[in-house]
Design a protein around this ligand. Structure first.
Ligand SMILES: [Ca+2]
Length: 128
C-alpha cells in the first residue's frame, strides 16, 4: 500500500502559505511638525511587502489630518511588512516625516506610530 504522507505534507505546507486579505483604515495623524517655510500638507504612502498599495489624498495645511481612504490587499500573508510612509507635500520636494513598519498578524489591531520628524500616525488594520 502506498503512503499518503508526502501528499499530506504538501497540503500542510500549502495551507501555511495561504493568502489573506489585508484592510487598512482609520488613518489619522496628530501634531505633524510645522515650520516657517511651508504649511503641513500630509499624505501617506502605503506599502505591503513588495506591493505599493497607493497613497492617500494630501490634506492641505492641517497638522492633525485624517484620511478616509481604505486600502485593501488580497495577496497579503501573515508576517508581511506593512510600511506606511508619512510625507509633507511641498512644491519641490515632499518631506518624509517618518516611516511606520510592522509585521502584520491575523486579527484587527490599532497602532500609534511616532514619526522621526515629530507627530504621530494612528491607524487600524485587519488581516484575515
Ligand atoms: Ca508642505
Amino acid at each position: 500500500m502506498e503512503s499518503n504522507v508526502p501528499l499530506l505534507l504538501l497540503v500542510i505546507c500549502s495551507l501555511n502559505m495561504v493568502e489573506a486579505q489585508l484592510k487598512l483604515y482609520n488613518m489619522r495623524a496628530s501634531k505633524l511638525p510645522t515650520n516657517i517655510f511651508s504649511t503641513t500638507d500630509g499624505y501617506v504612502k502605503v506599502i505591503c511587502g513588495s506591493a505599493v498599495l497607493g497613497k492617500t489624498a494630501v490634506r492641505n495645511n492641517d497638522p492633525n489630518p485624517w484620511w478616509e481612504e481604505e486600502f485593501t490587499y488580497f495577496q497579503a500573508q501573515e508576517n508581511d511588512v506593512l510600511k506606511l510612509e508619512v510625507y509633507d507635500s511641498d512644491i519641490l520636494f515632499d518631506d518624509l516625516l517618518g516611516v511606520c513598519q510592522r509585521q502584520i498578524k491575523v486579527g484587527t489591531y490599532t497602532h500609534d506610530c511616532y514619526l522621526d520628524k515629530g507627530g504621530t500616525l494612528h491607524y487600524t488594520y485587519t488581516l484575515g
